[in-house]
Design a binder for this molecule. Structure first.
Ligand code: GLC
Length: 541
């Protein structure tokens, strides 16, 4: 049954599709997506006649969890939560995915466990429990308050008092997500064992959550106020402190390497770290990650393209800078969206989503797509009584980008026969997979064409990257290997843009405008992206 392409280093150029499992497809009528739902949609992703053509899926956490942070609060690292199914369902998914040559990446959450994890329950029970030191416990400060000024990323102090033993425990996120103590070698060993459990089963890799916290200051020193913060104006919150002590501590790279070395025990596996390097020049921070942590088995996520303003110059200068640090055995990880950030279509506007698709799928490395972006799902308005995200403050939170996938025009967009856990977008009858599959000019068709093009083009998958100067509004770059050269031209503006004469001569191989006439090829239409075959001898712009 295992038809998987055995090619070494599959991850170097794989296109990964992130699935937020609660919202993908529900076969149980619970209103929450499940593992069998993912299996049922594998042909959509790849394999069937309508297949999108991705290479791998990353599934946000499916382990046993009280779901305080929807799976990012793990209560058992080696079992599946019943909401999502069983180990048997997961093994079936793995087998079915591999049969279609789809790799499976799980979401590993090493920084913290649920407060319902048996390790934490033991640890919290008595001060002399053998698991006490698996978490960080400290006496109250002299005023009985928290031991230091560290803050939770979500809100309030990073410390929670526990009556039973009269001490505080550390939690970088919710109080229900207690931070593991990675200084304890038993913890490190337990986490490596959990990784091996899934790798032994055949999982192809991990996306590793919130790695910044895996090493912290041993003395737990207070963090300084950010210089711009004025405590007279308002009490400080997470972003008003600098975080030299609670994150990115002295053993971080060593610990990530320990995890990477587990990957190296197996053939052809890869981990992608949710890293947020600090410093004035973030590219230097990323470069440090690549240099320090075995790049043959891991890479840091590069989130900057989510935060950049949608301007050709901004993308060009950032990507030029980033690519200039990439060595041949580094895998760049570009992404334009995930379950923590507002939807791509809402950030840049629907017309630009076509340009963004071409950008993401023509850059070097391992691009990550977020489910639903291929049909242009936008942020969905969430009424106060519909809020589910524990991080949410009124009007904020991450629910708007986590709403159900829109499969067709039937009730609940064909996502569930039950009551969906989050509302479905109001426009689902017009914006859904079935409608877009039937329309050759749809965004979904463009994604399929781009994925097909990428698959057939060694220059796109393995070639070098070199940007070219095509004016303020166009981000242009060449992808080139020994035999082929392509130029990618992306109009970031809503106005038509003339092209340099040297490029006008080249053949348009793919445009984001499906029915574009190849006449009039002297300019880019508003928001248009083009891939052109390039004869380098002609090129002088
Ligand atoms: C990561 C996840 C986010 C989660 C947090 C705590 O940032 O992406 O969804 O809430 O870690 O685990």
């Amino acid at each position: 049954m295992n038809q998987m392409n055995k090619s070494k280093n599959w991850y170097r150029d794989a296109v990964v599709y992130q699935i937020y499992p609660r919202s993908f497809y529900d076969t149980s009528s619970s209103g929450i997506g499940n593992i069998n739902g993912i299996t049922a949609k594998l042909d959509y992703l790849k394999g069937g006649p309508e297949g999108l053509g991705i290479d791998a899926i990353w599934i946000s956490p499916i382990f046993t969890s009280p779901m305080a942070d929807f799976g990012y609060d793990v209560a058992n690292y080696t079992d599946i939560d019943p909401i999502f199914g069983t180990i048997k369902d997961f093994k079936n998914l793995l087998e079915q995915a591999h049969a279609r040559n789809i790799r499976v990446i799980l979401d590993f959450v090493p920084n913290h466990t649920s407060d319902k994890h048996p390790w934490f329950i033991e640890s919290a029970s008595t001060r002399d429990n053998p698991k006490r030191d698996w978490y960080t416990w400290r006496d109250p400060a002299v005023d009985n308050g928290p031991p230091n000024n560290w803050l939770s990323y979500f809100r309030g102090s990073a410390w929670q008092y526990s009556e039973a033993t009269g001490q505080y425990y550390l939690h970088s996120f919710l109080t229900k997500q207690a931070d593991l103590n990675w200084d304890n070698p038993e913890v490190r060993e337990a986490m490596k064992q959990a990784m091996r459990f899934w790798l032994d089963m055949g999982v192809d890799g991990f996306r590793v959550d919130a790695v910044d916290g895996l090493s912290k200051d041993a003395e737990l020193r207070d963090e300084p106020l950010a210089p711009y913060h004025d405590p007279a104006v308002r009490p400080y919150n997470y972003t008003d402190l600098l975080h030299p002590f609670s994150r990115d501590g002295p053993h971080l790279y060593e610990r990530l390497n320990e995890m990477a070395s587990v990957m190296a025990e197996y053939d052809n596996r890869f981990m992608i770290n949710e890293a947020h390097p600090k410093g004035d020049d973030i590219v230097v921070g990323y470069a440090e990650y690549y240099a320090a942590i075995d790049p043959d088995n891991s890479a840091p996520f590069n989130f900057q393209c989510i935060y950049l303003p949608w301007q050709a110059n901004a993308f060009r200068s950032y990507i030029d800078h980033f690519q200039s640090t990439m060595l041949p055995n580094y895998t760049p990880i570009y992404t334009l969206g995930n379950h923590d950030e507002p939807r791509l279509a809402s950030r840049i506007g629907i017309p630009a989503t076509r340009t963004a698709a071409m950008l993401l799928l023509t850059l070097p490395g391992m691009p990550f797509m977020y489910y639903g972006d291929e049909i242009g799902i936008e942020n969905v308005a969430i009424f106060p009584d519909q809020v589910r995200d524990p991080f949410a403050e009124p009007g904020k939170g991450r629910d708007p980008e986590r709403t159900p996938m829109q499969w067709d025009a039937s009730a609940n967009a064909g996502f569930t026969n039950g009551q969906p856990w989050l509302p479905v977008a109001a426009d689902y009858a017009e914006r859904n997979v079935a409608v877009q599959l039937a329309n050759n000019a749809s965004l979904l068709h463009l994604y399929k064409s781009l994925l097909k093009f990428r698959k057939s083009s060694v220059a796109l998958r393995e070639g070098s990257y070199q940007s070219i100067d095509c004016g303020e509004q166009i981000f242009g770059y060449i992808r080139k290997n020994e035999s082929h050269s392509l130029v990618i031209l992306l109009n970031f503006s809503d106005q038509a843009q003339p092209l340099p004469e040297s490029l006008q001569l080249e053949e348009i191989m793919l445009s984001t405008i499906s029915n574009r006439s190849i006449q009039n090829s002297a300019w880019l239409e508003p928001h248009e992206g083009q891939i052109r075959g390039l004869k380098l001898s002609d090129f002088n712009c």
